[in-house]
Ligand binder design. Structure first.
Ligand SMILES: NC(=O)C1=CN([C@@H]2O[C@H](COP(=O)(O)OP(=O)(O)OC[C@H]3O[C@@H](n4cnc5c(N)ncnc54)[C@H](O)[C@@H]3O)[C@@H](O)[C@H]2O)C=CC1
Ligand SMILES: CC(=O)C(=O)O
Length: 326
């Protein structure tokens, strides 16, 4: 029998890595799960702990700890590394110095041992780190995917659901686009509820739900991560499930539509950066970028978000290229 073995790796087995591992194992998404961390003893402990949990599930995933280079044969590597577990209260961008340094360390090593699979990156600031992975890995642009505004889009659907009578968020099509950060925007012009454009839905149900305070809904979604962080010091389960969902979409060639941070080739008038847009995710990673017809205000917001990301990419490349040249 020619059985295909699904191999998923996780680099960084902290809060997020553990939540992703749990979702992978308990939903039987991989046959082999390899976990790697700079703290290899702790990673070994995590792997053994997961192994203990499997007999009571329907999963047969084999979990093992490996050094970084042991991830080379994976179909997908999920990236959840960071320098410290405390996310600063002002901006994810403050993590960049530390996470860029880790990226410049691990990606060339994985390239050297011939990793040819797909990366799915949660590490913040997600768009800039995703771009660095693309630049340093030598992989095609559709093989390097940041989770970007995927989690924010789920938060947006839930916030909207709260003000329209609890409609199942799965029946709402709504996306955050732009930076996975403060400059992201809701693409309101594209939102549908059960296939009906939001404007029409609002008009038809005005007595019950109108007017919808879109700014409030958008702000609540944009800042929801901080509300969690303020209370428990991290966010992990939403993003852990999100990472597992990307892995499943790739391995099953599910062609799922989701927001993701992907390298742009002019689809939204922007080039040479990674930024959150709606995509179709399947066997080839990013199968397609969906081109929303954003209205003028939304496009302006998106462009401002892109410029912010580009300025941080430029600054990071300059810093690392200068130090490499010395
Ligand atoms: N994109 C998103 O929506 C979200 C992203 N995040 C981001 O995910 C990242 C991870 O967050 P947490 O799991 O809470 O952090 P954490 O501190 O709990 O875990 C990070 C892990 O990375 C490991 N690590 C550090 N340097 C490494 C290296 N060179 N090689 C291998 N492993 C290394 C650490 O030992 C640690 O186990 C952060 O950047 C965080 O901001 C968190 C939540 C949501
Ligand atoms: C921490 C983070 O990036 C989030 O939960 O959105």
């Amino acid at each position: 029998m020619n059985e295909t073995v699904r191999r998923v790796g996780i680099v960084g087995i902290g809060n997020v890595g553990k939540a992703a591992a749990s979702a992978i194992v308990h939903n039987n998404i991989a046959d082999e799960l390899y976990i790697s961390d700079i703290d290899s003893e702790r990673a070994k402990g995590e792997a053994w702990d997961f192994a203990d949990s499997i007999e009571l599930t329907s999963s047969r995933t084999r979990v093992s700890e490996v050094p970084l280079e042991g991830l080379a044969a994976c179909d997908i590597i999920l990236v959840a590394v960071t320098e410290r577990s405390e996310i600063p209260s002002s901006s994810r961008l403050e993590l960049l110095k530390g996470t860029a340094a880790i990226t410049y360390d691990i990606v060339p090593k994985l390239r050297k041992v011939g990793f040819k699979g797909k990366y799915v990156i949660a590490t913040n600031p997600c768009d800039i780190i995703t771009y660095l992975f693309y630049r340093l890995s030598g992989l095609p642009k559709n093989h390097v995917i940041g989770t970007g505004t995927a989690l924010d889009s789920m938060r947006l659907r839930r916030q909207l659901s709260n003000v329209i009578g609890g409609v199942d968020p799965r029946s709402i099509n709504a996306f955050m686009v732009g930076e996975h950060g403060d400059s992201q925007i809701a693409a309101w012009s594209q939102v549908t509820v059960g296939g009906q454009p939001l404007d029409q839905f609002e008009e038809d149900n005005f007595d019950e739900f109108g007017p919808i305070d879109r700014d409030q809904v958008e702000d609540a979604a944009r800042h929801f991560g901080w509300e969690i962080h303020k209370r428990k010091g991290n966010t992990q389960f939403g993003i852990g499930n999100e990472l597992a969902f990307f892995a499943k979409s790739i391995l099953n060639d599910a062609r799922t539509v989701t927001a993701a941070s992907v390298i742009q080739n002019g689809e939204y008038g922007q080039h040479d950066l990674a930024i959150g847009v709606p995509t179709i995710i399947g066997r080839n990673g990013v199968e397609k970028i969906i081109r929303f017809r954003l209205n003028e205000k939304e496009q302006e917001g998106f462009n401002a978000s892109a410029e912010l990301i580009k300025s941080y990419i430029k600054q990071t490349l300059e810093e690392h290229e200068e130090s490499a040249a010395k």
